[in-house]
Design a protein around this ligand. Sequence first.
Ligand code: ARG
Length: 475
Amino acid sequence: MTDKTRDGPKTEAAKPAANRMWGGRFAGGHAEIMERINASIDVDRRLFAEDIEGSIAHAAMLVRQGIIRQEDGDTIRRGLEQIRDEIERGDFAFSRSLEDIHMNVEARLAALIGAPAGRLHTARSRNDQIATDFKLWVRGAIDALGEGLRELVAGLLDLAEPHAGTVMPGYTHLQPAQPVTFGHHLMAYVEMFERDRGRLADARKRLNESPLGAAALAGTSFPIDREATATALGFDRPAANSMDAVADRDFALEYLAAGAILAVHLSRLAEEIVLWTSDGFRFVRLSDAYSTGSSIMPQKRNPDAAELVRGKAGRALGALQALLVVMKGLPLTYGKDMQEDKELTFEATDSLMLSVAAMAGMVRDMTPDPEAMRRATASGHSTATDLADWLVRTLSLPFREAHEITGRIVKLADERGSSLADLPLAAMQAIEPRVTDAVFAVLSVERSVASRTSFGGTAPDNVRRAIKAARERYR
Ligand code: ARG
């Protein structure tokens, strides 16, 4: 991913003049508003490195195929490398009247090397060029996001490990349901983020076919070697149909879809952090590094980073929706509508990268409070299912009947303001005379989690095994 140009020099003001790159049959210049709606350089300058890489591969192939002369190819390559340096140094004047990154680079190449620059665009169009540049960029974004996720998952594993046996309430409907461990809860997110990485990796596989050489839409009459440019750019093969190659944006849609699901996962974890750090829970504390104060209420510690991760999900979800709508109903092949793809994808990527990094930071920063989690677990009658299971096992009751009896015992505990474990045996026996004091063994929250040994269950040994297995997948 390249964003070196983002703080670069300002794009120069609009100048009405016939465009040098395609102006042959045009006499007049653009209306100012036409230039503003048409130009994409303010956005697609982020593709400069990919654009130059693609051009270098294309020129080298043209030389090898005898389509342009070796000296011209060498001059072109040196010129392109110099342009890359200029842009990286922030020493390049982007021009809005040159529309996009392709023509900005090519115009500069002409200024630098003169006539040979005009040979670079042989057997190529901006349509296959942009598809190639954009694919290379999205591929880089997929890799960078995958790396970010690896770090987030590593943080979750490090936090889960010491808390494999830390009891907390597991919720459904945000009501205490059954005791689980904090480690198990965190490992649920490891599963989610691992699927996200898998979805990104899947998208990358399908993305990795080169559009370069599809030319405008029909292919070219020049004897090009599409295999060679595909290999030079790290693609697995050339895209098989020239029309599809220039019209396809599935790769961006798939990437944004994977990103949207990732954003949903991030926002769910963010919401849990907001809850856990709130006064009603106090399960977790974030240090000053990830908390903000209020300008009026001195007692406040707000989990702003978590709230922003939750909020920024809107951008990733919106980008997917917006690009789906852009693409919907577009006839083959390229339409300028498709130029809208970059801004959406860049914005979603920036917000996803930031959110993943902020989440990784918060996960490393969190200090859990096992005592607070334990208190909440014990007060929520979260071992009621264990009591019902005990009645089934010990008294051979049908589960439905055991459920009924347990419900009455829970009601009694509520009336007395007591937890299940603190209810006197006699009180339980008043409801079900066959209950013995052996029942207390299953009413403890620790016993409850320890008993959940079924595959994927919350028993601390299971959780430790899951952490170990996840770490092995990372080696
Ligand atoms: N700036 C254009 C885009 O981002 C590049 C392709 C333009 N092709 C064309 N035929 N106008 O989509």
